[in-house]
Every structure is written in structure tokens, then in C-alpha cells.
Design a protein around this ligand. Sequence first.
Ligand code: F6P
Length: 724
Amino acid sequence: MATAASSDGISHQLFVSIKLECPRLGELGLVPYLFGSHPVAGSWDPSKALPMEQEAASVWGLSCVVPSHHETLDFKFLLKPKVNISQCIFEEGPDRSLSCGRNEVEIRNALFKFNDETGVVECKTLVETEILSPFDLAASWKAHQEHLQPRVHGAHNDIMNAASESRAKNGFASGLELDLEKYIVPTPNMGSGVVYAANLTENPRSLLHTGISSNNDTTTGNLHNSIKGDTSLNHYASSKKLADGRNAPPHEEQRAVFVDRGVGSPKFARPTNENISMSNIKFDSKAKGMPAAEGAVAAGAVADQMYGPKEDRKLAIVLVGLPARGKTFTAAKLTRYLRWLGHETKHFNVGKYRRLKHGINQTAEFYRGDNMEGVEARNEVAALAMEDMLSWMQEGGQVGIFDATNSTRSRRNMLMKMAEGKCKIIFLETICNDQHVLERNMRLKVQQSPDYAEQTDFEAGVRDFKERLAYYEKVYEPVEEGSYVKMIDMVSGGGGQLQINNISGYLPGRIVFFLVNCHLTPRPILLTRHGESLDNVRGRIGGDSSLSEVGLLYSRKLASFIEKRLASERTASIWTSTLQRSILTAHPIIGFPKIQWRALDEINAGICDGMTYDEVKKNKPEEYESRGKDKLRYRYPRGESYLDVIQRLEPVIIELERQRAPVVVISHQAVLRALYAYFADRPLEELPNIEIPLHTVIEIQMGVAGVQEKRYKLMDAVNSTAGI
Ligand code: F6P
């Protein structure tokens, strides 16, 4: 076999993988062997033939790297009985010859003739050759050494030794380490830097509308206004005025009703009730007033609206806890999850209101429990945030996440009074007794919080923050009232515990289930589409085709990449869909358990499955048009919508949150868009058009600092099917 020399002068080598499949061999007590030209198959001496290794009941395999100084490889199969290996039955026909210098897959039958009643035995064989760069070779070699029983017996060591010798001779030894960084490409949507979660919360509209802000507020530049009048707790609790001076809408809030749209997605529509004033209503989603939800979420919402008390239709999750207990982090995570499921959710951070109204440079004194001015100022901004949240709920918002310490009973009473008859409150208390975690959180807080943006002495910042914390500790009253969830030491390695009291209903139940599965153990999640499939090449959607040659190459590159990227991990798992192209892409990955999920199958294109986009346009113009108008909600007849896909992916998200080891997800375009939108916190309306290129690994890093992303482009994507 000839050495495959690339244009860069590096002598590449051939990786040869040979498979033989025949259910009869087992029954007949036969084992397949390979013999042929030196050195791969030993020699033409049948007694030196190489046994193939049994990989499944009726499948045998053998793989090897062909050293560069061999010109040709001719070989044949032969069968030997398990009990008497001196007997041989040779493959009929001419010798097989491996072609050199290119990637090839040959599927051919091997015939064996017996001189007894057995007659002819026919075996399917697959011979695959792939040109390997030193990069690929290093990875596959290491994999052999570390994970595998040698797959090539006898000559294997010689071959591997010869390969390594030749690498050393060519000066590749040092280049065998995969330099993963060189595959990194820019991330289109999400910076790799961490954004302080509180900065991403709702803008304090009451303060911004009224022009109230501190003199060192950097958001609006307004000077020295302040709220006049009574700032006592009762004032806020009984106020019927909204913070921006508007009266609360006199009518019952908007109610969604379910309408059946036949083939398409079930949707919500607002009743055409003349009494309902639409003038001051704002919606986030493009399709106004329609919760972007499907399946269980929609059904749950309908049930809650029909049977639950009126105020239960709106839910306020009120965070409780001392500073540095991960409240903002938890609030942000919950917001992301609920939004992804299609619930109108907003995160209100009282710290943001405080900074806007009182500036960023308040010292610890501001938080002293007996500093009445400070206490009032803090209650005041909390009340403003609550008023904003309630107004937003009256305008159609569903779940408000109210993020503040709320660490005294009187503060919580104030909030409960304000919410009376308007929404249901669940307190979510975060408790942490682990000093290590606290120390880390405190330092993170001083690093990231705008409160310390102007503090140049980091340690002085930490001291000030600890003083603030001590003041809070003095007056802290754990939650014992109302409906609550307590997350106790959930972030320390031990797993922690969740205590719940008086929780009922669809959404609260889901929230609890989500929280119980969340943790902060840092771990990567690697997302990739399958390698290019034959249907990708033909431009056909859906189907269950296998991989193209390019796709097969990607599967090998991916295996090398994963082996390197996860080399230091104790464990990891590979998740695929149940479709061929995903399973085949995972095939060369070794050493990690593989799990097939039906939920990871590609969006079901129903009656359009197997068509090209042009064929859909031509043969099903009305479907093409409907999808183009609302790709998120459009459901293929007898198939799925993106909202359907999100629904079925919920257990996958919960499991990804729960896993502590890295996970590699090898799935499909639409499914990965949905998963990615969750991690990258992208709005549902954008989800169906998120770019998920072929042959690129998206690494999501989950941990204390939130979610970060890196992209590795392992190969060019020759084909990329343009969606409608
Ligand atoms: O084209 C590849 C593919 O995975 C199809 O199987 C699937 O129907 C499609 O992408 C999903 O993308 P879009 O929603 O943009 O059509």
C-alpha cells in the first residue's frame, strides 16, 4: 500500500477498518480470519492469519493503521473452526486489494464453499479506509492504548510500533498532541465572558419613567430626584396606584382561551372583550398575547385558568436569603428555564432599583438593621420593584421572579400584602452553610457586582461586603410562613436538600422539579450535529439516511476531538438520537457509555419528510408559506412544530442539569437549536433560525460563573441545507 502524501508534505497513513457480518458463523462454530500481504495481515501463510474480534453476535471486526512504507495490501478472508484451527475454508474469488491514497468504503459479500451439507456460506463485509493525519493517528493510537483491548491481535503491536517509529522519524512525535484551541471559531451569539446576572434583569421602569435616580446613576444620567411621601410598609402595601402614576387596570386581567386550529399548532387567543383596555398592554412576543407554549405547558396553563383561584394564574417567586447565597444566580436560571418553556417570565432585581435610586457607592452602613433611613430606603426600592412586577403581570406577564434578600418577616409581609388578590407568592429561600462556597461567592460578588465597580482595592471591597453580610445576619428571619421552597446547601458537593411547604399546582410543581435537579458542579456539555448525511447531500429534510463519506470523516475527527477534550475527565456520556446518522457519528467514539434518546430525534417533518425545501415550496405551497410566517409555532401536518420539540426536550434539559459529568449530545439541527436556545438564553422567536453548523462542536460550560460557550470547527461543512 502506498503512503498517502498530502500537499503539505506530511505523510499521512491509512486507517483500515474491516467488518464481517454473518449469523451462520456462530451456529457453525467458525471464526473469520484475515490473511494477506505483509505486514498487515501477517503473510499469505494461513497459519499466521489474524483472527477477527467478535464485536456482536454475528459481527466480527479488525482495524489497523498501515505503516507508510508499504505499497500495497492484498488480502482475503478465511474461516477456521473454533476447535481445530488448522482447518481452513478460504474465501472464493480473487484476492481483495485495498486502494491507496483515498477514503473509501467497500461493501461486498464473501463466499465460502464447504464440501459437506453446509453448502455455501455468504458473509457481508465492509472495508473502510481513511487517510489519517498525524492528528487523527495520535488520537486513535492513544485510544487503542488506553481504552481498548487490542482490536488487532498478533501483528497489531508491530503495526502500532511501526507507526509510532515512523512518526518519530518524521518528527511528528511532538505534534501528536491535539491543539484544540486552533479549532476555536468565534461564537456568533454569546460572548465567552461572564455577564453579572443582575445586569440582565428588568430595567426599573418606575424609576426610569419618573426620572428618579441617584446622582451617580450611570444608567439615565438623571439627577437628584427622590420619591416623596410616606415610605412606610403600609403605604406600599395599600397603594392602588402603580409606581408610574397609572391606575391599575380596573378589569380582571387578560384571560387566554384555547382555540383549535385543526392541523396547525394549538394557540391561545385573547377574547374580544370590549371592556378590556388594550391600550397600555405590551407584549414581548411577536404573536401578541399568545403564550409561546405547547403540549403540557399549554394544557397546564388552561387547567390552572379554568380551575385555580384567580390570583393563582400569576405567580411570584420571591427570593429570600442572605447576600452571597446565589439568589440572583438561581433567579436567572429559573427565569431562563421558564421562558424556554414558553411562560412569560421576568426577573426583577431590587439591587438594580437600589443602585439606580441611591447610587452604587453605598457602604455597609446603609444595610445596618438599626439604620432606619437605610431600612426605609431599601423597603422603598423593594416596593417599587414589586409594583412594577405586579403592573407587568396585569399586562399579561405570568411569572415574576422577585430577587432581593427579603430576609425579614416584615419585608415579606409587605410584599404579601401588595400581592393580595393579584398573584400567588412562593418564597424561594437559598441557604448555604458551606464556608468555602460562601467565601467563593463573596469574592465573585465583589468582582462582578456593580456595587464594587469603583472600588479599586479588592480586599477592601471584600471587607465591606462581609460587614454588610454581618448586618443582614443580625436581623435575618428564615421563612416559616406561606408557601415556600428552601434550597439548603444545594451547591456544595454533597447534594444538599430541598424542603417544600404548601406547594401545589402545575407550574410550582415544575419549578420544584427543576430546582431539585440543578447544581453548580462545573462541567462541559458538548453539542454537535451528526456528520453530513446522505440526505444532507441531497438536500432532503428528515429521513433516516446514513452518513456521507465526509460525514464518516467527521465522525472520526469528532472521536479524536472528544478523546482529547475529555481526556482529564473521569467519566462522561455520549447521547445520540435514535436515528442512524446520529448513532453512526458516535460510533468511533470509544471509552464512554452511549445513550440513545428518542427525544433527541430530529423535528418530525410529517408529510414533508424526505422532500427538499424546493419540493415543499412547489408541492405544498400553503405549508411552505405558513412555516415561513411562523416557524416557531408551525406544525408540519402529521409532524411537529418547534414548540413540540421544546416540549419533548424538557426531560433532556432536566437530565443535562442533573448530570455532574460531561455530556456529548450528537443530535440534529432543530433539536440542537432548541437545546442551545435554553443554554444561551435566546428568545423563543429567534430559536428556529439559530445557526447550528455541521461539523462544529459547541461547548457549553456550566458552573458557578453561569453559562459560557466555545465553538470548535473541526471540518468545513461542505453542505448546509438552507431552511425555509
Ligand atoms: O436539513 C437538515 C435538517 O436536520 C432536517 O432534517 C430538518 O427538517 C431541518 O434540518 C430542520 O431545520 P429547519 O427547521 O430550518 O427546516
